[in-house]
Unconditional design. Structure first.
Length: 143
């Protein structure tokens, strides 16, 4: 049943919000501030890293992020490539590419290039939070 109170979701606008949220989060990640970085994940979020068990829940995610930002030479950045939002407006996903740099065993910076997907859920307060974060390797960009 459709009532006069049902609001049509502006999919394009919500997708643009997700794209901007991804850009903002990348800038936040560059600060190294663990509390600010993890604020983008939902309390029950899951991170799927290559070759490792899932990281479940904000406490485990906090530990993971703190370990990463304290790794010598660590830097991460990403760009959203596209976003889509469900017709109901409560779920969305973003395809992204990221670069992660950290020092190798000799102390020299080494960069890996990845492709990923983040899945987002709109919270009861109307804000988007990341609920699934997954990535794997991609070829280095041609220079």
């Amino acid at each position: 049943m459709i009532s006069c109170d049902d609001k049509k979701v502006d999919i394009k606008s919500e997708s643009e919000k997700l794209m901007q949220l991804s850009r903002d989060w990348s800038l936040t990640a560059a600060t190294g501030n663990v509390d600010s970085i993890i604020s983008y994940w939902a309390d029950d979020a899951v991170i799927l890293t290559p070759g490792a068990p899932p990281i479940r829940g904000i406490s485990s995610i906090r530990d993971y992020v703190a370990g990463a930002v304290n790794t010598p030479g660590f830097k991460i950045s990403w760009v959203p490539l596209s976003a889509d939002v469900s017709e109901s407006g409560d779920m969305g996903y973003i395809f992204e590419e990221n670069e992660v740099t950290m020092n190798d065993s000799s102390g020299k910076p080494s960069t890996t290039y990845n492709k990923g997907i983040t899945i987002w859920k709109k919270q009861s307060d109307g804000n988007w939070k990341n609920v699934v974060d997954a990535w794997n390797a991609r070829p280095a960009p041609e220079k």
